[in-house]
Design a protein around this ligand. Sequence first.
Ligand SMILES: NC(=O)c1ccc[n+]([C@@H]2O[C@H](COP(=O)([O-])OP(=O)(O)OC[C@H]3O[C@@H](n4cnc5c(N)ncnc54)[C@H](OP(=O)(O)O)[C@@H]3O)[C@@H](O)[C@H]2O)c1
Length: 324
Amino acid sequence: MSIRIVFGATGLEVSPICFGTWQLSPRFWGEQSKSDVLAAMNTAYDAGINFFDTADAYGDGYAETVLGEFLAEKSHKNAVICTKVFNHFNPDASRYPDLSPEHIRQRCDLQLQRMCIETIDLYLLHMFDPLTPLADVAGALDSLKKQGKIRSYGVSNHTVEQLRAHRHFGDYDAVQPLYSLIDTEIESDLLPYCEAENIGVMVYSPLHKGLLTGKYTGSETFTDFRKHLGEFQCERFQAIATAVQSLGPLAKKYDLSIYQLVLAATLMHPGIDVAIAGIKNSSQITEAIGAMGKTISREDYFVVRKTLTIDGISKIQDARGEKK
Ligand SMILES: NC(=O)c1ccc[n+]([C@@H]2O[C@H](COP(=O)([O-])OP(=O)(O)OC[C@H]3O[C@@H](n4cnc5c(N)ncnc54)[C@H](OP(=O)(O)O)[C@@H]3O)[C@@H](O)[C@H]2O)c1
């Protein structure tokens, strides 16, 4: 089933589910089987997923290198690639923000080489760099576009005000923000702005890093980076896991798993074009694909929203009300 949408003003035609490769960052997720991930990329592509998300930062280039192995296959040439730039990497593995024009140019060349491609379809600023003038950043991106090294560009992890300011200098046509049905903060500003301006929106962590998949009871413990996240610990973890599990009968009504119900409901928001699913193996992407093109009734959509509004809030907050 090949479903395609036009991704905002980038004009790219992509599947509404994008394959996320952050899982290839050992620092966050621990070691993953490369062959499992490559098999999952093949499963995805064969089943109609043409959009792949990666970043220079994922495993310090490792995720791009693995994606490059997949893209080296002639039959995968129609894949649409999104990657990001931001960090300067030191030999001792430390890093710091650097979106200076010269650095962007260097990274882009390296990233193209790693992924065995001539053009990056969508190039995103991974985060906001406070030290580089916005005109310089846009100048570097426009010059890469003119050279045919990137097709379109945008931002990730920027506020609506930062995006607005960037757009004064360049054609930023896409954004990649954090969003899930338990962290809907961008609904108040970024999403309506992007909808009005025809900016493509691809949300990350739609299953809140696995928390909304329905596989947790709330008693599990984690060895990866999730051991540091409040929502994966103690009472809060239990409350969210119980709420998610309670969606079982509703999911069944639509012949979907809980994971698929949540992903399908996430994609129903008119301001969201694409959800990036984080994938470790073929069975995970197969389940994600099962949500593509599925919708639920308006009434049931709001049942899901209400169920996932824990303690009266629909975003993850700590005691001081700060976003985690
Ligand atoms: N721009 C940014 O700053 C940024 C930040 C984060 C992510 N991203 C991008 O967005 C992608 C998605 O984010 P995310 O990784 O947080 O996504 P997610 O889809 O919310 O969570 C992914 C995790 O859920 C679990 N999972 C996946 N499919 C499953 C299934 N069918 N059944 C049960 N569990 C399943 C897996 O972990 P376990 O199997 O270990 O439970 C997987 O690692 C990333 O890969 C990356 O490309 C971008």
